[in-house]
Ligand binder design. Sequence first.
Ligand code: PGA
Length: 260
Amino acid sequence: MHLGIFDNSDQASSAAAHVVINLFAQKPNATLGVATGSTPSGLYRELRAAHAAGDFSLKKSQVFALDEYVGIAEDHPERYRNVLRRELVGKENVGLTEEGLHTPDASAEDPNVAALHYDREIGAVGGIDLQILGIGTDGHIGFNEPGGSLVSRTHAEPLASQTITDNARFFDGDVSKVPTTCITQGLGTIMEARQIVLLAFGANKANALAQLIEGPISAKWPATILQMHPDVVVIADKAAASTLEYTDLYVERWQLAFGD
Ligand code: PGA
């Protein structure tokens, strides 16, 4: 696991964009896994700028969301399919096609069947080349909440009360408006991505990040399973990295791997 610590989230987002742009320079039809939430918005802004400059496109790519709320109206602006449409689809964004955007079918009668179907869809395209992740304050990745299986496949999952509180800001600050269930890629599914870039910004992520980098692998902090992945780059701002114990070591390791 490599950890890059940047002065602020803009610099961190730009570093993450380089990883994505480099991959697509080598493999224009790479399959990308994408996160929603506040954290990756700077990365998507950088990718849109690169697209406008002619340096990047998702036109030939299949893109898979990590998760989707269950029971959210199709036209709700916070439905993740709609969020990702605004961020990525079309020429004004990064050239992703509507057909290239895959999200779990959260309006399906049986979300577990939809989850199974989604997992198979990922497998059918040969798996995900690069998965973008955020991290929840409770250590979730995707919506894999504490205490679940560390090898789960895509499945229906209840949102933890901490996540509902955290995400209320997207729903007029009203916890009662936040969906309580989702379909999420499982930890086992996420671990099959060939490369993973996890972004963590802000002091409220410091505890989860410390667990991810330095804690024991535990279902209590689901992100810690990433310690077992061979190719993870964690990109953090200073605030998120503020409580780590071995910062000097991480800086040296980063320099050895990637230069300054
Ligand atoms: P955030 O969410 O980017 O909105 O902080 C991260 C997550 O829940 O994974």
